[in-house]
Write a protein that binds this ligand. Sequence first.
Ligand code: AMP
Length: 424
Amino acid sequence: MTFEQLELIAPIQQALKDENYVAPTPIQVQAIPYLLKGRDILASAQTGTGKTAAFAIPILQHLVSGPPPPRGLRPIRALILTPTRELAIQIGESLNAYGRHTKIRNTVIFGGVNQNKQTQALRRGVDILVATPGRLLDLMNQGYIHLDTIEYFVLDEADRMLDMGFIHDIRKVLAELPRQRQSLFFSATMPDTIVSLSRKILTDPVKIAVSPVSSTAETIQQYLYLTNKSSKPELLFHILKDPEMDQVLLFSRTKHGADRICKNLGKKHIGAAAIHGNKSQNQRQKALKDFKEGRVRVLVATDIASRGIDIDQLRYVVNYDIPNEPETYVHRIGRSGRAGEEGISISLCEPEENEYIRSIEKLIDQRIERVEDHPFPQTDSPMTAEEKRAFEKEKARKRQEYFESRRKNKGNRDTGRGYKRNKR
Ligand code: AMP
């Protein structure tokens, strides 16, 4: 499925191209056609699935193509209610991005900051309002906002809203909305309380579920290297000594980090290319082609850029950092071991990321195998002074051993454990 097949208008198609989106995500494929037809939806989807674009694109398209409001008036036509300031800001940014070739205006309001800038924006007139519940009610009470012109209403992260105690605020907002409207309801989980709330909001909704990623393919062997942040470049080099690893997809959380990793690998004469949001479509395509055709051994990608990359039979995924959303880990390692092929994932974890590993192991309900025997172990874990001394001594010994073996082998062969031996 392509964005063209979703029959989006040209200015939105162009914006998605500018964003370097290659293809719609499953939630977008499932939701957008119904939303364009005017249906209500009840969607079970979490952050990271592309749900923001799934609701933002159809709303923008309706506002651009539908009948305009009476001349001289700019009433608020869409309201997106979301639990936190961070989410509100992100949604505002997405609307700016997808709507950049349209004249649709949005503004974001949330508590904890002075309201003046927000009320000024409201006075100038906005088409789409993104709000957290408290500040919305506050500004409604002060007469800055009227909801009787709302045509599209989105309740985002409904389960989190309820957890945060917003139910009364939501009820008050609902009471002000016109009956005639299109409503969109998003929640990561669907307990009874959420389902009954959704019944009060939606009319004959289409139900959509994007399966939460929670189980990792059984064909993927997962390894974890506990190390320190400063040791990661050397540790990566040590791992890549394994000649079996001839095609590696490596994930970096940030674009800047991705560039740095590429540079470091280049210095060690390991062919690497980066794909991320700051690279042009041409640069990305070239990187991918070079990787697929074996001219580049390591493809360094950010999570967002990695979507839409299709590489058959990719064997190795390396997590240079540990994602803070456990689902992202599952997505990342899911890139290896496709179609029954065996995959191997290797994660490099610094002390600050230990917590993330715990959440990942909880989600996948399994313990990731620790590789104990490597020259750059984590040192920042709490230890007694005596343990620390013994540990440092052992670390120095291992390091010495490693560098000696490198000297002996002139860096050509790896003495570490080969993954091949551990297969199955
Ligand atoms: P969300 O689940 O809405 O928080 O989206 C997660 C991330 O995916 C955001 O950074 C979006 O920019 C990105 N994204 C959304 N749709 C697509 C797509 N079709 N292709 C690539 N990235 C996307």
